[in-house]
Design a protein around this ligand. Sequence first.
Ligand code: F6R
Length: 616
Amino acid sequence: MCGIVGYVGRAEATPILLDGIRRLEYRGYDSAGIATLEEGVISIRKEVGRIDKLVEAVARNPIGGTTGICHTRWATHGKVTRENAHPHQDRSGKLALVHNGVIENYASLRAMMEGEGHRFLSQTDTEVLAHLIGRAFDRSAVRTREVLVDAVREALTKVTGTYGIAVIHSEFPGLIIGARRGSPLVLGIGKGEYFLASDVSAIVAHTRDVVYLNDYEIALITAEGFTLSTVQGEGAASHVTKVEMTEEDTGKGGYPHHMLKEIHEQARTVADAMRGRLSHEEATAKLGGLNMSNAELRAVERIVLSGCGTAFHAAMVGEYLIEHLAQIPTECEYASELRYRNLPMTKDTLVFVLSQSGETADTLAAMRESRRKGHRTLGICNNVASTIARESDGGVYMHAGPEIGVAATKSFTSQVTILVLIALLLGRIRNLSSAAGGRIIEELEALPSLIEQVLKLEPVIERVAKRHAHAKVMLFLGRQYNYPVALEGALKLKEISYIAASGHPSAELKHGVIALVNPETPSVFIAPHDTLFSKNLSNIEEVKARGGPIIAIGTEGRSEELAKLCDDLILIPDAPEILTPILTSIVLQFFAYHIAVELGCDVDKPRNLAKSVTVE
Ligand code: F6R
């Protein structure tokens, strides 16, 4: 949420910063700004709207210099205006700062400084932080970079909340100071040049050698090198990591949108989620990253799965899977609720947090709270360098590659695949026979080719999507494994097409939702040929009796009755019940995508949203 890029070196900073910030646009896109430092003068350009607007503004009114910082904003405090766009400056105008996160006590700090005569130009918490640092620095007669770092330290000890910041000061050409608490920051090491970014994808075009800052670390960066210390004033060691991601991984690969590219990647990403993790010999999954012996896994009596949004929906599928295959009582909880809830948990409760980014603020907080209570807490993450990946007691990586489309797609199917592996592993050290385990392994191995078949359905799904694109309201209904898919299908549709959509267990219709059914409101039934297929058919009849249009997802060769009842039918290949959520969710990803395209919506950057929600 929000993106930061910084550069210090010998090259012109502006093109590097603008290219980097473009790659972070999915993190927030309501306004953007840049500040560069040249001959002791800071020049700033800011624009409301997309990065293109900023690029145009800089082209009209160029700024030079080999040091600079840049930001793309997702508004938290203060409306979307030029004044509220970053960078913000201190009272002297000599310091410029960009910030991700939220300064929770900004109001009292602002009031305190207003009492001292400070005037603020924006409504943001960030400007308060800029003033706070400048105020600390300007109290000192000694003007060295070390004193400036001390001023950053002093200010950061006064704030509560989260921050990832980059600071420049006109008295110190060729210097950037970065610091983080709760918002990611990565330092890129080039030859005679250094980069700072909130996300490595902004800088992989320049370097693969990076240092991930830890919470409470401050980096002092020049073209000659960098030093790390802590907010408390202690030294900090740096660990250089080689980034695996390439520049191509972050592109659209010839597709018109990242979302479409990512939908089409799923045969591979699902295969990657299970690669090297299936043992035919033992008819089970091998998940060494859990860091738990079979005896420890055998002792688990309860499981809590937690995440936000799409990750929460994947967790819900996991609840069904683990209870079905391993018979362990399992519960899902939104991370935003879990973190503040006093959920009674026995000492044998195992907690999984699911997060594509590994940086979602609520999920991170739920993980920390659960660990603080002494529960073993494992992560299911895509981003291997993320805070959840680093702080959890272990976990399973998704290996899905960067997900840039704001709407999560491949991360959902990878998470569900991993949950099948976890359920299989837990089941096999309990009651699941080796024959049953072996069967699941074979089914998993066949899954990528079933996904390929679903991907070929795109033209059919596109036609159905176009027919219903102008609906104002849509209902998504499913049972058991496909109830979370109904929630996910509704979420995909509303977030990228702005159609009011809601997901429900099919049987809940008659408890209220059916009041919404009318000839203008399509109901999407996820009704593959599973154990409750006939029950779904009855619910479809109820909608049909009331004149509601019906779109159904059924199973190829096993959907004759369904075909008689629905207006549109999309047939997935026959698949084991536990794996149907992976196939049906892909159908609904295409469905939402093509509706959004038909409506002319900005698929990869839906309104009001941003990838990776790092604020509470
Ligand atoms: C929906 C979507 C969000 C995320 C949620 C969690 O398409 O993308 O609902 O799933 O913000 O994000 P992660 O998985 O990064 O924790």
